[in-house]
Design a protein around this ligand. Structure first.
Ligand code: SF4
Length: 415
């Protein structure tokens, strides 16, 4: 009934363009003060991203999914008045009042109800549909696949589900750990992140204390941390593994999900590019009825993650959802190909320093992976001076390669 869509995160303009180039049908971007991820995005950036997307037949959704306080209502009315003129294709909102304001102002704008609304049953979804004529819901991550099927039988609007990315140890997004641990007034002065500014997860500024490595502190010896040994890796009692449903796309589609969403607006462009291309390939092969090769699927292990789980959707036991380590990845992200200068010569944006004696791997959309050994590429400054090392900063660097590359290809190095 609805076309299959891959929805990727756009933490900013650059990340949004990368997500589109690597296969997203649609990207979602926040606006300061209204988004569940901290962002500095300006209206001008959203406009530019929308133009970039539309030129390529893709769409942009504005994520305005905070839990608003009184003061936010007037600000929201002002924002929503201007945001439609940017050409955006839809909004993601969680709060019922903000949905009502938006629907009254724009009877035909595409509205998605956010996962923050914790939609876990068909009756609630029908309520939103009947009263606000909403177009799509992001199903709660806490549902099982059978519950999704039941919802599909009862409602006719689009169903969206997360397929990849970080999850909360609380009911998605409804958590006060960050605001508690960063609030000086509550006496949390010994916590590294505590300052005069409280970091609210429900305003997109979560410091993710659930991922911290916990220790025991005695009241009179606050400087001494006694390890609590959950196991040899330490103690991560609250840290959930990341969601990964690359093996379940067909089952999700058969259950009625048509929008497949990747979490990660705060992640690097490398993460967004690689995960987007994996799921693009997965969905394309699923439509053709073909199996995804293992080496394509295994790319999910080549970005930073905390171990993977298939979460509640496939009834994995809660106890196996806990990550017993910090972040893991097989690769480090180093640079982005910015611009072709001449044949096989490109300007690069360096994110992490690297030297010309390393084997580098270049990834591109459509699962392109190119390995270049030392000698198969050279590094230069803008003055065409050959250098052994390039680094992050204001200096411009260039790469000459033995094979042609394209703008927005990414350089990574195996750890
Ligand atoms: S602290 Fe963890 S569980 Fe709580 S909102 Fe942040 S990421 Fe989610």
């Amino acid at each position: 009934m609805y076309s299959i869509k891959l929805l990727s995160p756009a933490g900013d303009l650059q990340k949004g363009k990368i997500a589109i180039d690597y296969g997203a049908d649609s990207v979602y971007i926040g606006y300061p003060g209204f988004s569940l991820r901290a962002t500095n995005t300006s209206l001008d950036e959203i406009k530019k991203l929308t133009e970039y997307a539309h030129e390529r037949g893709k769409t942009v959704i504005a994520a305005l999914n905070i839990i608003p306080r009184n003061n936010d209502i007037t600000r929201f009315k002002e924002l929503i008045s201007s945001i439609k003129y940017l050409g955006i294709d839809g909004v993601i909102i969680s709060d019922i009042a903000l949905i009502e304001i938006t629907r009254k102002k724009y009877p035909d704008i595409h509205i998605t109800v956010s996962t923050q609304a914790n939609l876990t049953n068909y009756k609630t979804i029908k309520f939103y549909e009947k009263n606000f004529n909403i177009n799509r819901v992001v199903l709660a991550r806490e549902l099982t696949i059978d519950e999704v099927k039941k919802i599909r039988e009862k409602v006719s609007i689009e169903l969206e589900s997360f397929v990849h990315g970080a999850v909360c140890m609380a009911y998605s997004g409804r958590c006060l750990l960050s605001s508690f641990l960063t609030n000086k007034k509550l006496g949390m002065t010994h916590i590294k992140y505590a300052d005069n500014y409280t970091r609210y997860s429900n305003l997109g500024e979560c410091v993710q204390p659930c991922r911290f490595k916990f220790a025991l502190v005695e009241e009179n010896r606050k400087d001494i941390m006694f390890p609590i040994e959950e196991d040899s890796f330490g103690t991560y009692i609250l840290s959930a593994k990341d969601l990964c449903l690359i093996n379940r796309l067909k089952e999700m589609y058969d259950a009625g999900i048509t929008t497949f969403k990747i979490e990660g607006r705060m992640k690097s462009i490398y993460y967004i590019a690689n995960i987007t291309r994996v799921y693009r390939k997965g969905l394309d092969l699923m439509i053709k009825g073909e199996k995804m090769p293992e080496n394509y699927k295994n790319e999910v292990f080549n970005v930073s993650h905390r171990g993977y789980t298939e979460g509640f959707l496939f009834n994995e036991k809660e106890k196996t959802n806990v990550s017993y380590s910090g972040y893991i990845t097989n690769y480090r992200f180093h640079a982005l190909i910015k611009e072709k200068i001449e044949a096989n010569s490109y300007k690069i944006e360096v994110f992490n320093s690297f030297t010309d004696d390393k084997e580098i791997e270049i990834i591109g959309p459509d699962m392109i992976n190119i390995i270049l050994r030392p000698g198969e590429y050279e590094l230069y400054t803008s003055g065409k001076e050959k250098v052994k090392r390039v680094f992050h900063g204001n200096t411009e660097f260039f790469i000459k390669t033995s094979v042609p590359l394209k703008e927005n290809y990414i350089i990574r190095i195996k750890k």
